[in-house]
Structures are given as C-alpha cells and as structure tokens.
Design a protein around this ligand. Structure first.
Ligand code: 5AD
Ligand code: SF4
Length: 442
C-alpha cells in the first residue's frame, strides 16, 4: 500500500504549536506520516494565526504558493484552520480566492478535523466548517507530540479579557478550564514518560478555574498539586496576566521544587493612560509592585515580557515611559511588537500612530533590551544550575536553562551526558557572549 504523508505549517503561538500536535494525532491515527517535503505530502495543513497583520499576509502568500503543488498533484488535500479562518470574512476570502483549498475550519471545529478529512476523501466536496461559539472541551483528541524535550499541556482555552488591541477573545471564545484531575493525570503521564520540561498553556493561566466555581480548583492550587509529582522535570507556564498574579502564586513558586523561576509577565506598556486604553486593568505601580514581590521572594527569578509599541495615540513621552520601564526592570527577554490594527477590535478605530514612528520606537526598544540581556549574562557567572542537555554538537553539549539562556559544556568523553536529561552544571566563563560551564556533582 502507498505510504501517505502530511505536512503541517504552524504559525503563531505555542497554543498553535500544541494544536498542530493534535492535528498530527488525528492524521497519524489515519495512517499518515509526517514529512517536511511539500511535494511528497498528500495532505497539507495551514494552522494559522491572526494576532497581527504580518502573520496573515505571510500565511495568505504561502497558501497561494500551493496552487502549483495542487496542479502537479490533483489529489492533494489542503486544509486551513486556526485563528485566521475563525474570522468569517477570512474564511470566505480563502474559499473564494484559493480554489486549491479543500477544507476550511475554525478554532471551535478543530477536534473534528479528522472527520472532515474523511468526508472530503469520500465525497471530494470543498467544505467550510465554522461554528461561532465554543464547544465543551473534548478530551478524546489524539495527540502526536513533536516538541522534543518539552511537552505542552493545555489547562484552559479562550480569553475573557478583551484587551482592546487583541483578536484572541473573538477567535478563541470565552474561558473554559480543563478538569483539574485530567490535567494532573496528563502531567503525571508525561513525567513518567521522561519529559524533562512541561509547559502549561492558557491565554491567561491565572484565571484557571474561574469558570469551575470551586475554591479547590485555582491556578495556585493546580501548580501546588502538580509540583508534588515526583521526578526530574521543570514545570513552566504561560501566559500570566499581571492583573491576576497573586501573592499566593508567588509563594507557591518560591517554595516549589519543580516550578520554573522564569516568569513571563506581559506589561504591554509602561504608561498608565495607554494601559487604561488597552483595557489591561492594572497600573504600572501595581505591575512594579508584583515585580518587586517576585524578586524579593524568588531572588533567582527571571522576567520576560511582551510589549506593544505605537498603540493608537501613544505619544513620544508615553513611549519613553515604556522604554524607561524596560531600562529599570532589566528584563531577561522582551518580545516587542508594533501595534497592528485588528478588524472588529476597539483599538482599530482609534487614532493610529504612523508606521515610521512605530518602526523607530521598536528599534530603539529592541536595541536597549538586547544590550541589557547581554549585560545580564554576567549574572550567570559562578552559579550552579540544574539544566537540560538540549543538544550535543561535536564535542560540545548545549544546556538550556529554564530562562531560555544556553550554556556550552565541552565534553572530554568521560561525562556520559545524554540529550533530554537534566544535569547540574556550573557556569565558569563568558566568551563572545556565550556562557561556558562544566558538569558538576552536587
Ligand atoms: N498588535 C500587536 N501586537 C499584538 N499582540 C496582541 N495583539 C496585538 C496587536 N493587535 C501582542 C501582545 C500579546 C502578544 C501575544 O502579542 O503583546 O501579549
Ligand atoms: Fe489577548 Fe489580552 Fe486575552 Fe492576552 S489577555 S489573549 S492580550 S485579550
């Protein structure tokens, strides 16, 4: 029998990376095998993102490029799913402009992708599946994990926050939390399977459980419970909304055995007027208070953040508040974006900042954060870490700290180091901005 192949093109966030693992699970269950070669694929899936205009433009270009492939192989099945297609206007556009696309489906229909594929194979009718409201969580979707040493675990779906720039609440629906015991069971299985890194996913993990209406099922309680699972692994989570990050959570991280001390805490802007316009529901004073509490209770913590520059009406002085905040907080990672108007969101109708101003601001901000990250490297010197051996290239093992920094260790052949395992290392030196260390026995 002919071997059938699939290729999944994933765009956007970790949530999508993990959802592609579910799409892969449904394809593998039907006997398909993964390939990176477009010309070999019998099914090509585009798992799309709608967070910024740049993502959508790139995806449409890549879908357009499949026209030739379909011509050369008329049986090729092309499916487009994810946040972009959940917007009806985009789903209609893809159907109309790209006749080579066989199946279009939205985020709420993802669990049925396999069935839609079966239907298309039997009737060859182009179809769009687009429900406009969320369904109950389906725990029966098979999963084919592809993210190496890290396993993703959804703890919740959707978002209720409606930040005024953001499309996510419109394309992902309201917050739905997974059952507490289902999550515990999944993480226990992953630890037993030997995953050294497990990342809990949600648009706003701190509001986990709000819809479960039971004081036993909150995010801090979930973390505390998961931390009790014995094993050698690091538990990470993303993303935290500063408005909901509690002292209880900080205390649990501080006293935990497995929870990462790297906290991704998107600030978005350093200016209170802009934060209010964004509907973020915290002030910069409150944000700085959380940062101080994290740093005093978890002295070896690392902080990363997301920032939007050029939000509608942002003045130079207001941008400088963000710039100065980054300079003062000295983040270990800054993910900065130029504001991109999203159709249907409140900010898209506000007075826009010119594109060249946005470019100038993001360049200045990235230059600053790059130089801080470089300077921060010296903070790692002479410290011990329990770190993951991520790769071995020739005689050098590359270790990944849970803050994302890498440390190189030269191997002399006697260490018996294996990829995917955790080891204790000591950081000795910094050469050409690369940290070097050695394995130690604690
Ligand atoms: N324009 C630019 N950046 C955005 N983000 C979300 N929506 C937009 C937008 N319309 C950024 C935010 C968020 C990250 C995932 O993407 O910083 O935290
Ligand atoms: Fe978007 Fe705000 Fe929800 Fe994050 S919290 S997904 S930025 S609406």
């Amino acid at each position: 029998m002919k071997t059938l192949y699939y290729k999944i093109n994933t765009y956007g966030c970790q949530m999508n990376v993990h959802e592609s693992e579910k799409i892969a699970g449904m394809l593998e269950a039907r006997g398909y095998h993964a390939t990176e070669d477009d010309t070999l694929a019998d099914v090509i899936v585009f798992n799309t993102c709608a967070i910024r205009d740049g993502a959508e433009t790139k995806i449409l270009g890549n879908i357009g490029a499949t026209k030739k492939l379909k011509k050369a192989k008329p049986d090729l099945i092309i499916a487009v799913c994810g946040c972009m297609t959940q917007q009806k206007s985009r789903a209609d556009e893809i159907r109309a402009k790209y006749p080579q696309v066989s199946i279009v489906l939205g985020t709420h229909n993802l669990a049925d992708f396999g069935k839609y594929l079966d239907t298309y194979i039997s009737d060859r009718h182009r179809s769009t599946y687009l429900e406009d409201t969320e369904r109950p969580i389906n725990e029966d979707v098979p999963m084919y994990r592809t993210s190496g040493h890290n396993a993703w675990v959804n703890i919740m779906y959707g978002c209720n926050n409606f930040c005024t720039y953001c499309i996510v609440p419109y394309v992902r629906g309201r917050e739905r939390s997974r059952n507490f015991d289902d999550i515990v069971h999944e993480v226990e299985t992953l630890v037993a399977d030997g995953y050294p890194s497990i990342t809990l996913l949600g648009q706003n993990v701190n509001s986990y459980g709000n819809d479960l209406h039971d004081a036993r099922f909150t995010f801090p309680k979930l973390l505390a419970r998961l931390d009790q699972i014995p094993g050698d692994y690091v538990l990470k989570f993303m993303t935290s909304h500063p408005k909901d990050l509690s002292s209880e959570l900080i205390d649990i991280i501080a006293s935990s055995k497995h929870i990462s001390h790297t906290i991704h805490l998107p600030v978005q802007s350093g200016n209170n007027r802009i934060l209010a316009l964004m509907n973020r529901r915290y002030t910069i004073e409150k944000y700085k208070g959380i940062v101080n509490e994290i740093r005093s209770k978890i002295p070896d913590s690392h902080l990363t953040c997301d920032i939007i520059v050029g939000f509608p009406t942002e003045t130079e002085e207001e941008f400088m508040d963000t710039y100065n905040l980054v300079r003062d907080i000295r983040y270990d990672g800054v993910f900065a974006f130029m504001y991109s108007p999203r159709r249907g969101t409140p900010a898209s109708t506000m007075e826009q900042v010119p594109s060249e101003v946005k470019h100038d601001r993001i360049n200045r901000l990235l230059k600053l954060s790059k130089s801080i990250i470089k300077e921060n490297s010296t903070n790692f010197l002479d410290h011990d870490y329990h770190a993951l051996c991520d790769k071995i290239v020739d005689d050098t093992a590359i270790f990944l700290l849970d803050c994302g920094k890498t440390v190189n260790v030269k191997l002399d052949g006697s260490e018996n180091i294996r990829c995917g395992k955790m080891y204790d290392i000591h950081v000795d030196s910094l050469k050409n901005n690369i940290l070097w260390g050695r394995k130690i026995n604690l």
